[in-house]
Design a protein around this ligand. Structure first.
Ligand SMILES: Cc1ncc(COP(=O)(O)O)c(C=O)c1O
Length: 582
């Protein structure tokens, strides 16, 4: 069940001597000697346990509470009992090795009919599969293409990072902690991960070390209500989405995908060249409207839709949606999930802004509501993810370190059922080969070895405070500079975007049919005035439909309070000019 030195089913053991031998010649995957039990055996032990626990699915959506601090204690105990994690070069790992008991949970449904032909036809990567022969005691591998770590030109990486809970840039400069990662820390310093492992080839699922952290984090926050969930590390959500869409959608089947009527433009640009039909669902201040989704699906007419098949996939951004900044509340998420169950829709939830849920807006010049002080309070304050109510295993949750740590890490992960993760993994084997080892080891050192789960949550609480302040500054700027008879907005509760709605009916041209022209004029004056905003039409899901309103997206993520005030003033001037008001 576990993946630790003290456990009889430890999968891949790497003693100092073996690390040395692994440096002396390439193997198919790793010259680290595989223990007497193969990954297959470990999975067998697990799936047996799961199948005896599992009960048939078919329950309706619900959400189980109980996340937070006491679960961190449970995880700490679990790790202590298991002993040291021993996972060498290209060690195979999966979430089952690190999850707690899943007793009483149903198993996920199967999604064979949803998978594309491309995905169904994927075979395991031959060279990665050859790793199974490495378990033979005494085997000398001449079979693979791994370079020797002796030839890696990096002996040590050093970083200075915040000491929890003093996360500010200034505090880090003044009193941050110095940490370093050496090439042979496992051999020389009793570490669980080092450069000799991380900088070599790995598995497409990512390293066992980060697999453990992310699996535990998923347990702490999401707790999927079915038994056979797993995670797979990704190269960020952009790449993960491209893979996921190719897994589920097939242009030859005339597949269609549903999303919000205004959706993340990069996602739309991913779907379009794959020949996937896209349809937008009406939205309100809480994002996608479930009744509108139900109506659209219930009345689907393939002929009237130009041959486009009834959508079987929903792509949604539930928290701080890009571009509208809307956040689905708990009841809204449950209702969307139920519509998905009714129409057998597979859901891809893209949640890069999940941990940018903010404190409620208290009004201009009012003190902000205090942020949660404990991990428990913080975790319980989060709106449950769709994967947390996913009794069927019909959700793939995409998460990313981009918005909460460093986008340049190009690291994220997906959570889904075992069947779907296995297909995802097969695809990643021949695409990215998983996330960069350099990124993984740096994030592992920070998150797992230095901060731990508790410290990472403290960091996220700190981010919540930062983003609440930023959002409040943007709102104050809007209240001060925008003509509120013309421009309206809803204070966002998550993410980094605000959606400004300009009342086009008051435009002097009286020409609501040419909204694109008015939008373009305002945009061009913004640029002339020295501010860049994003045009609503850039995010329109159905590009052939006329724009029904005038919208602009602004972000409060990076500009300072003064810059925001100046920029919103410039935007306000552009709107007033277009509408001929002072
Ligand atoms: C909704 C959404 N998904 C995904 C991404 C990109 O995430 P990543 O950096 O993990 O590729 C963004 C970034 O703007 C986004 O807004």
């Amino acid at each position: 069940m576990s993946y630790y030195s003290s456990h009889p089913t430890a999968l891949l053991r790497m003693s100092p001597a073996l690390i040395k031998s692994s440096c002396e010649g390439p193997s198919t995957l790793s010259n680290a000697r595989v223990s007497h039990l193969s990954s297959r055996h470990v999975q067998y032990v697990h799936s047996k346990a799961l199948s005896s626990d599992a009960v048939p699915s078919g329950k309706s959506a619900h959400y189980e509470g109980g996340r937070g601090r006491n679960m961190i204690d449970e995880i700490t105990e679990r790790r202590a009992k298991a002993g040291k994690l021993v996972a060498g070069i290209a060690a195979v790992s999966d979430s089952d090795m690190f999850k707690g008991p899943q007793t009483g949970k149903p198993k996920a449904k199967r999604w064979d009919n949803h998978l594309s032909q491309e995905s169904r036809e994927r075979k395991p990567c031959t060279l990665k599969q050859a790793a199974k022969f490495l378990k033979k005691p005494g085997l000398i591998s001449l079979g693979g293409g791994l370079p020797s770590s002796q030839l890696f030109p990096i002996a040590e990486l050093a970083m200075k990072v915040p000491k929890s809970p003093n996360f500010s840039e200034q505090a880090t400069i003044e009193s941050g902690q110095h940490i370093s990662i050496g090439k042979y820390d496992v051999r020389d310093h009793d570490s669980e991960y080092d450069l000799s492992i991380a900088l070599n080839y790995g598995q497409s699922t990512g390293s066992a070390q980060m697999m453990r952290f992310i699996t535990e984090h998923t347990e702490l926050v999401c707790r999927p209500p079915y038994a056979d969930w797993r995670v797979c590390q990704t190269i960020g959500s952009t790449g993960a989405l491209e893979q996921a869409i190719r897994m589920f959608c097939d242009k030859d089947r005339q597949d269609s995908i549903l999303t919000e009527e205004f959706s993340f433009s990069t996602a739309l640009e991913t779907f379009a060249p794959l020949g996937i039909n896209m349809f937008g669902v009406k939205i309100d201040e809480q994002g996608l409207i479930p009744e509108a989704m139900d109506e659209l699906l219930s009345n689907w007419d393939v002929a009237a839709r130009g041959g486009a098949g009834k959508p079987h996939v929903l792509y949604t951004v539930p928290s701080g949606q890009n571009p509208t900044g809307a956040t689905q509340g708990t009841e809204r998420r449950k209702a969307i999930y139920q519509v998905a169950q009714k129409h057998d829709i597979y859901i891809i939830e893209d949640e890069p802004y999940y941990f940018l849920q903010m404190q409620p807006y208290t009004g201009a010049d009012q003190p902000s509501a205090p942020v949660p002080t404990s991990v428990d309070e913080f975790v319980s304050s989060l709106i449950p993810s769709l994967v947390s109510i996913d009794i069927d295993g019909r959700v793939m949750r995409m998460d990313s370190f981009s918005k909460v740590l460093i986008p340049g890490s190009r690291m994220g992960w997906v959570v889904a059922s075992e069947q779907i993760i296995e297909r995802y993994q097969r695809h990643a084997e021949v695409a990215s080969q998983g996330p960069s080892g350099l990124s993984q080891v740096v994030l592992w050192k920070l998150l797992d070895d230095t901060w731990g789960h508790e410290g990472y949550f403290q960091w996220l609480i700190n981010l919540r405070e930062e983003y609440t302040h930023k959002r409040d500054k943007m709102l104050a700027a809007c209240e001060e500079h925008l003509p509120q008879s013309l421009v309206s907005w809803t204070p966002p509760v998550a993410g980094m975007f605000m959606w400004l709605t300009v009342d086009h009916t008051q435009h002097p041209s009286g020409d609501a049919t040419d909204l694109i022209k008015i939008e373009e004029d305002i945009f061009n004056s913004c640029i002339e005035n020295g501010v860049l905003v994003a045009r609503g039409s850039w995010f329109l899901t159905e590009k052939d439909k006329a724009l029904q309103g005038l919208y602009f997206r602004v972000t409060f993520a990076s500009a300072s309070g003064e810059q925001m005030s100046e920029a919103i003033g410039r935007f306000g001037e552009a709107v007033k000019k277009s509408f001929g008001v002072n």
